[in-house]
Design a protein around this ligand. Structure first.
Ligand SMILES: NC(=O)c1ccc[n+]([C@@H]2O[C@H](COP(=O)([O-])OP(=O)(O)OC[C@H]3O[C@@H](n4cnc5c(N)ncnc54)[C@H](O)[C@@H]3O)[C@@H](O)[C@H]2O)c1
Length: 347
């Protein structure tokens, strides 16, 4: 596919999908051939901003277009599986928004189908394309932060309340994918507590804890019922600590040269642990739009026949944790074991 103009369609142009459509329309080395939605009015309104793009309310007509290389799915979560399966069967490369699918076997089936069809399958784990997350990964991999003790993520808002998924499935895919990407490992077990205040059985707030086989821990707090708008990742390492605040417009990353060290020679308990308060560094980062980087990555993977960073296996790892978290929620926070299967389907 090298040097060929990739032709694609965006299916589902609601609150999020319209951003994907606008992005692909602006990228010059691809052609947004169609936008597709069940809602004709949405399509007509969006088409005014996307000259040259056709509108279609019938997904099956897209599948029959042999010129179309790829389909970007940004419909509501329960529809992802059927649409992705049909698109892969029709020989299209597929991008699916998070949450990838709602059940583990469905994730495995799509991975297998993509492999059989030799098509790229990518999941919309946007934060894996965020320049700050990639800097954090470099800091962790180079051991600059030391041993990672724990990470906690907050994704809070007084925001859109969904009726077809809870705050866990709506928000936590971003946090789970970021933590797995940063640490490069899966948790051994998780626990989740949450509560449904606004609707029956749809949790508005969830506290999720992940334990790893070393001493590392991660904690995720998601809510659409909170007075603060917070998008924050805090990492505590044995040598340094780091905070990524995505609500900051420019200085999004701070590295704290702070730690607590155990001394080998000491007479009193007070001498046993020394607290170190060093400088705070704010690295200068060119924060390219993660959204644009993610779209470009999908196109690059199609063009160069590369495995996407957030491929189907990445989607499966996140769905496994969401599924376990849902079980833990229903069991009042009981721990649920996670089978380790980093890049395999043996779950
Ligand atoms: N990556 C992110 O940061 C991010 C942010 C918000 C939403 N999302 C994800 O994007 C997806 C869409 O979310 P949203 O907020 O835009 O939802 P939405 O309800 O605003 O839009 C969904 C659209 O899909 C259309 N649709 C549903 N079934 C369809 C079908 N079979 N064929 C064609 N169109 C169909 C609906 O008509 C609607 O316009 C969800 O998976 C959501 O989790 C991702």
């Amino acid at each position: 596919m090298k040097n060929q103009l990739i032709k694609l369609a965006v299916v589902g142009v609601g609150d999020w999908g319209k951003n994907l459509a606008r992005n692909y329309h602006q990228i010059t080395d691809c052609e947004l051939k169609y936008i597709c939605d069940l809602d004709q009015n949405k399509l007509e309104r969006l088409q005014l901003q996307l000259p040259g793009t056709a509108i279609n309310t019938n997904f099956n007509e897209l599948l029959a277009d042999h010129e179309l290389d790829a389909i970007v799915i940004a419909t509501t979560a329960p529809t992802h599986y059927e649409l992705a399966k049909a698109a892969l069967r029709a020989g299209k490369h597929v991008y699916v928004e998070k949450p990838f699918v709602l059940k583990i076997p469905l994730a495995k089936e799509l991975i297998q189908l993509a492999e059989q069809q030799d098509r790229r399958l990518m999941v919309g784990h946007l934060l894996e394309y965020h320049p700050v997350v990639n800097r954090l990964k470099a800091l962790i991999d180079s051991k600059e932060l030391g041993e990672i003790y724990y990470i906690y993520n907050q994704r809070l808002n007084l925001g859109r309340v969904r009726g077809d998924e809870n705050a866990l499935w709506s928000f936590a895919p971003h946090d789970i994918s970021t933590i797995l990407y940063l640490l490069g490992k899966e948790p051994t077990d998780i626990t989740a507590r949450g509560q449904s205040y606004l609707q029956n059985n749809i949790e508005d707030v969830v506290f999720l804890s992940l334990n790893f086989n070393d001493r590392a821990m991660a904690h995720i707090h998601v809510s659409w019922l909170d007075p603060h708008k917070i998008r924050k990742v805090t990492i505590v390492g044995s040598k340094k600590m780091a905070v990524f605040d995505d609500m900051e417009s420019s200085e999004k990353l701070r590295i704290y040269d702070k730690s607590a060290n155990q001394n080998t020679k000491y007479d009193t308990f007070a001498e046993y642990i020394t607290l170190r308060f060093g400088d705070i560094t704010i690295p200068h980062l060119k924060v390219d739009e993660p959204f644009r980087l993610e779209c470009q990555h999908f196109l690059e993977c199609i063009r160069e026949n590369k495995r996407p960073r957030s491929d189907g296996y990445d989607g499966l790892r996140v769905v496994k944790i969401l599924d376990a978290a849902q079980k833990s929620l229903k069991a009042n926070g009981a721990p649920i074991a996670i089978e380790q299967s980093f890049n395999s389907l043996e779950v």
